[in-house]
Design a protein around this ligand. Sequence first.
Ligand code: HEC
Ligand code: HEC
Length: 250
Amino acid sequence: MSGSSASSAAKNVVILILVSIVALVAFGVLVAKLASSGSGVDLGKTTMTEEAVAARIQPVGKVKIVEGGPPGSRNGKAVYEAICISCHGTGMAGSPKFGDASAWGPRIAKGYETLWGHAIKGFNAMPAKGGDPELTDDEVKRAVAFMANAGGAKFEEPKVAGAAAGGAVDPATKGKEIWEGTCQACHGTGAAGAPKLGDKAAWAPRLKGGADAAIAIAIKGLNAMPPKGGYAGSDEEFKAAALYMINQSK
Ligand code: HEC
Ligand code: HEC
């Protein structure tokens, strides 16, 4: 093989590649034209029903994962950035755009409760909870406050701890908190004959009738154990603290 025929072979390969690229591009344009003329749905038009819009865009929110803490504890910014931004970031489907005071003004005038009510239940093309059923109501409320406040409102996000706003509290976290604040004084040390946390031998006889029975006794008080251990909160919260202790003691 001489050098010149090798280089003309190389030239042929280059030409072949160029021709293929041109053919592919032409084919692509043709397909795109066919698809847009034949599908009957023109994305640029606003004639789709709101249901159709919702159905089309709903999955956008569904696949997102909200970062920034365990479920229930995420703040408005984290929820907005994971879920709501997919529509409200751009004003998609007629949603009030983030930071657009003129779009948010009339919404804000409806009041915080109406707005979060709509955001939780859904409102026209706005899917319930932005399409993410995993969000807690408080998380949606926080995202509403976060968005509305960026549009000129002064709503207060429900506290992340949840208790003050009556939101869902993670019982394990709450139980530990109460135990450390109230029960530890006796049950951490065994003071006054209290069964210690983690002392299986001390707990076994008390748990023979089940944890619920032991908790019911402790709510009423037993000898040196004052009613609810002196805890002033609800029975529900006392129970969370008791379970925190019992679960580590059997
Ligand atoms: C799939 C798109 C989409 C997603 C995701 C979405 N929204 Fe919306 N949202 C809309 C549309 C569209 C409207 C306007 C509905 C209307 O006024 O008819 C709207 C309106 C709202 C309103 C105003 C309701 C009212 O009464 O005027 C609030 C509040 C709201 N959204 C909150 C949220 C929150 C919070 C999230 C995230 C958890 C979220 N949205 C996610 C599309 C979306
Ligand atoms: C002032 C000390 C004290 C505090 C504070 C206290 N306990 Fe106790 N607790 C005791 C003593 C003492 C006993 C054992 C009473 C007995 O058997 O005579 C006991 C027993 C119990 C029992 C077992 C009841 C049974 O049926 O045997 C449970 C459950 C319990 N406490 C839960 C709690 C929880 C939850 C808290 C905190 C919210 C708490 N206690 C705070 C002293 C305390």
